[in-house]
Design a binder for this molecule. Structure first.
Ligand SMILES: Cc1cc2nc3c(=O)[nH]c(=O)nc-3n(C[C@H](O)[C@H](O)[C@H](O)COP(=O)(O)OP(=O)(O)OC[C@H]3O[C@@H](n4cnc5c(N)ncnc54)[C@H](O)[C@@H]3O)c2cc1C
Length: 219
């Protein structure tokens, strides 16, 4: 796989999905990646850089990242005001939060995300349109169900804690307890570390082996 380090990428578009969450689309620049990997990036000329999962599919001719502005955060706040034509310094791709090629056509997947932890699963779903998966997305408000229309019908479940407009009212762990998992399912979890540990406990109680559990911690 070709790795491009410390390259400058021009921004093509910024989509604001909520008051705090946005998608930056930049030129692809020939970068090869596997869905689930991340980039390390920051504003061109600035020393501060952070990790962001690649959001778009492997075959798209652009790169996208889904970013939530963190209160008191530095980079996520600065990048929110970027405009088309501005430049990012990008390193990568990095990481091993990817599907095994030999499993893709035969296995059943459960993806569990909190917040912007949905990003690698969006990339995976876009890259493998026939994948047998269910995505459970833990969010506070239903407007955080980022681009849910991009997922095949019936595969995306929002677990919403603060309003009644999601697919399920409650935390992802409540959903898992109410909808037990077949223990052969390959489970991938991404986002907040507390959500990941809590969901691990439920999945292990349901008989999922550690070998079938994979996680990417954001914070
Ligand atoms: C492998 C990996 C992939 C990541 N992918 C994404 C991604 O696709 N989208 C994305 O928005 N973020 C992602 N992150 C988090 C991202 O790297 C930054 O930590 C985040 O954008 C905050 O950076 P900042 O400079 O604004 O805040 P900082 O000034 O670095 O830190 C402020 C504080 O915010 C905490 N924090 C980080 N993220 C969150 C959050 N989402 N909600 C609440 N608190 C948070 C940090 O732990 C820290 O305590 C990823 C992290 C890792 C390790």
């Amino acid at each position: 796989m070709e790795t491009i380090t410390n390259s400058i990428y021009k921004i093509q578009q910024v989509r604001h999905l909520t008051n705090s969450t946005y998608i930056i689309r930049m030129e692809r620049g020939g970068m090869e990646f596997v869905a689930g990997q991340n980039l390390n990036l920051g504003i061109s000329g600035d020393v501060e850089k952070r990790d962001y999962s690649i959001y778009n599919g492997e075959k798209d001719d652009f790169l996208e990242v889904l970013v939530k502005e963190v209160e008191d955060g530095l980079v996520s706040k600065q990048m929110k005001s970027l405009k088309p034509g501005d430049k990012l310094e990008v390193d990568g791709p990095f990481g091993f939060f990817t599907l095994k090629p030999e499993d893709i056509d035969s296995k059943k997947y459960l993806f569990i995300a909190s917040g912007t932890g949905v990003a690698p699963f969006h990339s995976i779903a876009q890259s493998h349109p026939n994948l047998n998966f269910k995505l459970i997305h833990g969010i506070r408000f239903s407007n955080e169900a980022y681009e849910k229309e991009h997922y095949p019908s019936g595969r995306y479940v929002s677990c919403v804690t603060k309003d009644d407009k999601g697919s399920f009212k409650g935390r992802v762990t409540d959903y898992l307890k109410a909808n037990p998992v077949d223990k052969e399912t390959l489970c991938y979890l991404c986002g907040n570390v507390n959500m990941i540990y809590d969901a691990f406990d439920v999945l292990k109680d349901q008989g999922v082996s550690s070998g079938n559990l994979h996680a990417e911690v954001y914070f």
